[in-house]
Design a protein around this ligand. Sequence first.
Ligand code: ADP
Length: 257
Amino acid sequence: SEAELIRAQRFESLAMLAGGLSHDLRNLLQPLLLAGDSLQDYQDDPRLARLGKLVRDCGKRGLDMVQSMLSFASGARRAEQVRLGALINAFDLLMQGSVPRSVTMELAIEDPELSFEGNHTELQQCLLNLCLNAIQAMPEGGKLRIETSQKQLPEDFFLAEEQPRPGSYLCISVVDNGPGMDQAVLERLFEPFFTTKEAGTGLGLLSCQRIVASHGGVMRVDSQPGRGTRFDLHIPLDELVADDTQLDSLEGLEGAA
Ligand code: ADP
C-alpha cells in the first residue's frame, strides 16, 4: 500500500542519515577519546587528570551511541547457520562486565543444539539491546531472564498488518521484573529516536525489530507497569522467509553504510 511505501522510504532515508552522521561523529569523537585518555594518565596535576577522565568518559559514551546508530544503519548481512547454544554462549560472554551485581541473569535454553538460518552477529546485537534496556530499567536491581523454546505459531497469532506465516518458530524471550512501561511509552516504543533516557538514542528497539524482520520473524512486547517487561522474538525455523520490503531496503543501504 502507499502508506507502507512511504514508511519504507522514510525508514531508508532515516537509516542513511543515521549512517552518515555516525561516521562523521565517530571521526570527531575518536581523537577526543584519545586526548582524554592521555590526560587521564597525567600524574603531575590531579585536576587535569580528573578533567581527562571526564573527557574520556563522555567520549566513550558518545562512541557507544554512534556504534549503535551504525549497526542500526548497516545493511551488510549474511545468512549462515546459527547454533542456538553458540549464540547464547557468545552473548553470555559479551554481557559479562555489563551486568551489575544487583541484577541476576538467568538463562533457560531449551535446546542448545538447535540450528537455524540467520545471522549470528545481528541476533547478538538484538539480544544485547534488549538486555541493556532491561538492566537500565532496573537501577535498583532485579531479575533478567533469557528463555528459548520452540513453538508452533498458528495463523491467528499474526497481526492484521503482518503477513501470516504459520509454522515452527524459535522463540527467544528477554524478561525483566523492572518497572515496566505505561501505555504512552508502549505506543511509541518503535518510533525512531523515541527515548525516555537522558543519554538514549531511541534506536535500540527499532534496530531489534528490523533484525527480527530480516529473519522473517516477528517481535512481541508485553509490559505491565510495576511488574516488568517481556520481549519475545519469534524466528522462523522452517525456512528463511525473508520479508521482501526489508531485503530491498537493506540492499539499498549497503552502499550507504
Ligand atoms: P533507548 O534505549 O536508547 O532509549 P530503545 O529503542 O532501546 O532506545 O528504547 C526506547 C524506550 O523504551 C526506552 O527509552 C525505555 O523508556 C523503554 N524501554 C525499553 N526496554 C524497556 C524495559 N525492559 N523496561 C522498561 N522500559 C523499557
